[in-house]
Ligand binder design. Structure first.
Ligand code: ZN
Length: 263
C-alpha cells in the first residue's frame, strides 16, 4: 500500500509581481510544494500538494486524517497558521503520523510545539556553499545518499541550534563561511517520527538537487507510521476512561511490623 504524503507550503514567496517572486518562479514555476511533490515522486508514495491558501489552510480534517507523512515548508507566514490546526497536527503526530519539517520551518508553530524549545539558530544570506555530511550511514534516511554532497548556493544556518537533547544527528553541514549546523535530525514524539532537514532556502533551486530530493523521499518512507493510529494522552486530547479491575496488591501486605521496626 502506498504511503500517503501531503506536502504543505505557505506559498507566499513564489506569488506576486515582485522581482523575487518572478525569480523564484523561474525554477519553481508551480511553487515549492509542487517542486517537492514532483522531485520525490515514486511508485510507493501517493503525494498531494496543498497550501496555506487552500480551504481550511490546506489541511481539513479528512486530508490530515488521510496523511501518513506531512512535509512542511513555511517561512514568513508562520503566524497565519491557526492554533487549532497546530493542535490537530500535534495530535496526529502523537498518534503516529510522520512529520518532515524543512528549512525555515524550524520556526513554524508545529515544530516549536513538538520541540518545546526556542528552535533558534544563526543565519547568513550570502549564497555561500554548503557541504552536507552523512553522520549516520546506517539510517534509512541516508540510504543511496553519498557520504557528502554540495549545495552550491545556500543560506547559512549555524549552531547553536535550539533543539532538545534527544535529537538524533543524521546530517551535519559545513559552510564556506566557517559555520557548522546539524542539518538533519530526527525525533520521536508519542508514536510519531519527526525529521528536520535544513537545506531549502527559497531563492535557490535547492529542491531540484537530486540528493536533497532523495533525502526527503527516504524520510517519507522512514517517517510513515507502520502501525494503526495510537491512542494518546496528550494534554489537548480527551483523556481515556480507565476502570481499575485488579485488586490492589499492596492491600495484601501487612507492613505494620516494618514500619514499627524502622522507628
Ligand atoms: Zn531561508
Amino acid at each position: 500500500m502506498a504511503i500517503k504524503v501531503t506536502v504543505w507550503n505557505e506559498y507566499v514567496h513564489e506569488v506576486g509581481d515582485s522581482a523575487a517572486a518572478k525569480y523564484i518562479r523561474q525554477f519553481y514555476p508551480n511553487g515549492i510544494h509542487n517542486a517537492i511533490k514532483d522531485n520525490i515522486a515514486a511508485d510507493d508514495l501517493e503525494i498531494r500538494a496543498v497550501t496555506l491558501q487552500d480551504p481550511e489552510q490546506g489541511l481539513p480534517e479528512d486530508v490530515l486524517n488521510d496523511t501518513d507523512v506531512l512535509v512542511w515548508w513555511g517561512h514568513c507566514a508562520h503566524h497565519m497558521v491557526e492554533d487549532a490546526l497546530v493542535d490537530r497536527i500535534q495530535t496526529r503526530v502523537l498518534q503516529g503520523m510522520g512529520l518532515i519539517v524543512l528549512h525555515s520551518g524550524h520556526y513554524s508553530k508545529i515544530f516549536k510545539r513538538m520541540m518545546g524549545t526556542s528552535c533558534s539558530l544563526r543565519w547568513r544570506e550570502i549564497g555561500e556553499k554548503e557541504r552536507v555530511w552523512v553522520i549516520d550511514k546506517q539510517h534509512p534516511i541516508t540510504q543511496g545518499v553519498p557520504d557528502s554532497f554540495v549545495v552550491p548556493n545556500t543560506e547559512m544556518y549555524g549552531e547553536p541550534f535550539g533543539i532538545p537533547n534527544d535529537a538524533h544527528d543524521v546530517f551535519i553541514s559545513w559552510y564556506e563561511g566557517g559555520n557548522v549546523f546539524r542539518s538533519g535530525v530526527t525525533f520521536q514524539r508519542g508514536a510519531g517520527k519527526i525529521f528536520y532537514f535544513s537545506p531549502g532556502h527559497e531563492t535557490f533551486p535547492i529542491y531540484n538537487n537530486p540528493d536533497v530530493a532523495k533525502v526527503i523521499q527516504n524520510a517519507c518512507r522512514w517517517a510513515a507510521a507502520t502501525l494503526p493510529p495510537q491512542k494518546t494522552d496528550c494534554w489537548n486530547c480527551d483523556p481515556p476512561v480507565e476502570t481499575v479491575t485488579t485488586v490492589n496488591p499492596l492491600k495484601q501486605l501487612d507492613t505494620k511490623d516494618l514500619h514499627e521496626k524502622a522507628e
